[in-house]
Write a protein that binds this ligand. Structure first.
Ligand SMILES: NC(=O)C1=CN([C@@H]2O[C@H](COP(=O)(O)OP(=O)(O)OC[C@H]3O[C@@H](n4cnc5c(N)ncnc54)[C@H](O)[C@@H]3O)[C@@H](O)[C@H]2O)[C@@H](O)CC1
Ligand SMILES: [K+]
Length: 501
């Protein structure tokens, strides 16, 4: 049963439905057998997480997700558990495998309750089998009330198992259709859904386990996916090799531009990250009066106060890659520097206030750059609200890449990386401890440091996001609360040296 971090392909509802059909039609495994396998997997996940569970509440919906739920309920009865099941409407109207599952539940001695609240009262574990990948409209009426009742039960101490995907969560985007179940565990079937790992997905799905239900490997061949996640082998191969006779000039020179008054730390964090992932030289162009202290604190950095934007030209000439944005601000000093940087032909990594200034104007005419907005910055770049970005993060990432002719990194839970051709990557690494000032600066520097070593922009962006999230996960071993970006520098270095990490 693969853990989330090892899953490499994430599908949407349509692709998983096509996989289901392929397994049934081309490989001759009846749909009802698949449903039994799903129920076995779901029930095992339940017993594994809550071995003492005695009272089960199962909320079943009108499609095959509900069918899975009825078969899980039947397994609970067979294990001598107290099982209460609620179904909205008349179950005799169910069709196909879901109806067969309902009949199997009734034959096992099952009875239905009159309301979801009645089913959930005193439950040890609530099983959410209301809606799966067939979710097609916002939740309302009994369905909405049932989701709210499941969430209340969870708040009052019941465990919550989501079958396939938390009801109300969009399998493709990780957006919520009105309201969604907040699960402790999600047992997902056939293929991992992208919506489980991006946007609201991670906060609603809890721990995700993938159960392929013995679908043959050949069923997955040439089936398109929405996003892929690099594995360890990919990451190790992506990182640049060092020759024994290497010298510092072989590993690129990153110029970090930023650190306006009072925000020098942002530029310094980006610069240190670039060094820790192996950039040969790192310069910082910062606001007057800050360079000396920065050099003193980290002597490997070459820091220069920028009194006039023209001072930047000599530094730009020597740079392999420019990272601009961390602590930049939006005043005239910042705008002049950004204008200068955008005029240069150097590959860029652009973040934070540099993105906010760019959003005010027409997209610059360039294509050798990586932009790393959080959802708020992405909204400004796309001329829409943050909520619109979060409502369809994969589409927003693709739109950013296309509109700005850039590699686009859309940050936030389940960071997405998109290229101009519509290819999408996702990272499941990272944790809520990363919601702290300076984390984005660290990512900017990480990507710039990799890019400076001669890696192509797509690889640098994807590998940078993975290293950054994994470094934060290692640093969070001591707790997510209070995690500092600078805590991630040592793990970042270890992860950038895979043979020794
Ligand atoms: N053979 C298969 O196809 C398998 C399917 N499996 C399960 O089947 C699920 C997909 O089944 P379905 O395609 O039947 O889809 P669902 O079970 O998600 O439900 C679709 C039904 O819900 C209704 N619906 C959609 N949105 C609604 C809303 N907001 N309020 C009220 N009703 C709404 C639809 O009109 C339709 O009747 C998967 O998530 C998975 O749990 C598993 O059993 C594995 C095998
Ligand atoms: K569900």
């Amino acid at each position: 049963m693969p853990a989330l971090s090892t899953i490499t392909r994430f599908y949407g509802a349509a692709q998983v439905a096509a996989l289901d059909r392929r397994v049934i039609d081309e490989f001759g495994i009846p749909g009802f057998d698949l449903m039994h396998r799903a129920a076995d997997a779901g029930f095992q996940a339940l017993c594994g997480r809550w071995p003492e569970a005695d009272r089960l509440a199962v909320v079943c919906g009108p499609g095959n997700n509900g069918g899975d739920g009825f078969l899980i309920a039947a397994r609970g009865l067979a294990s001598a558990m107290t099982v209460r099941v609620w179904f909205p409407g008349n179950p005799e109207r169910l069709t196909g495998d879901a109806h067969r599952a309902y009949q199997a539940f009734m034959r096992a001695g099952g009875v239905l309750t009159d309301s979801s609240a009645e089913a959930l009262a005193d439950a040890d574990v609530a099983v959410d089998a209301l809606l799966g990948t067939g979710l097609g409209r916002p939740l309302a009426g009994d369905f909405l009330a049932a989701v709210q009742a499941i969430n209340r039960a969870g708040e009052q101490g019941a465990g919550v198992l989501a079958v396939d995907i938390p009801s109300g969560l969009d399998a493709d985007t990780g957006a919520i259709w009105g309201e969604a179940v907040r699960a402790d565990v999600t047992a997902t079937f056939i293929g991992a859904k992208l919506g489980l790992v991006t946007g609201a997905g991670p906060a609603h799905a809890g721990e995700v386990t993938l159960h392929e239900l013995e679908a043959p490997d050949r069923a997955y061949a040439d089936m398109p996916w929405l996003a892929s996640q690099p594995d360890d082998t990919w990451l190790a191969a992506a990182l640049p090799r060092r020759r024994r006779d290497a010298h510092k000039g072989d590993h690129g020179h990153v110029l970090c531009v930023g650190g306006n008054t009072g925000m020098g730390g942002a530029a310094r964090l980006a610069a240190e990250a670039a060094l820790r992932v192996g950039a040969g030289l790192v310069s910082v162009a910062t606001r007057g009066g800050q360079a000396a202290a920065m050099t003193q604190a980290r002597p490997e950095l070459m820091c220069r106060d920028m009194t006039a934007a023209a001072d930047l030209d000599a530094l730009l000439d020597r740079a392999t890659v420019v990272a601009i944005g961390p602590g930049l601000g939006t005043d005239n000093w910042a705008r002049d520097l950004l204008e200068r940087v955008l005029m240069s032909d150097r590959p860029l990594v652009v973040d934070a206030d540099a993105l906010n200034v760019i959003a005010e104007n027409r997209p610059p005419a360039r294509d050798n750059w990586i932009i790393t907005p959080h959802p708020g910055e992405a909204g400004r770049l796309l001329g829409c609200a943050t909520a619109d970005v979060q409502a369809d993060r994969p589409a927003a990432a693709a739109a950013l890449a296309e509109r700005y002719s850039a590699m686009a990194v859309l940050k936030g839970a389940g960071t997405l990386i998109a290229d101009r051709r519509g290819e999408l990557w996702v990272s499941t690494a990272g944790n809520p401890g990363m919601a702290v000032g300076g984390m984005g600066d660290l990512l900017t520097g990480t990507i710039a440091g990799l890019l400076a070593q001669g890696i192509d922009p797509a690889t640098a962006a994807v590998a940078g996001v993975c290293l950054h999230g994994r470094a934060a996960d290692r640093a969070a071993a001591d707790g997510e609360r209070g995690l500092l970006p600078s805590d991630c520098l040592a793990p970042l270095r270890a992860l950038a040296n895979p043979a020794s990490s």
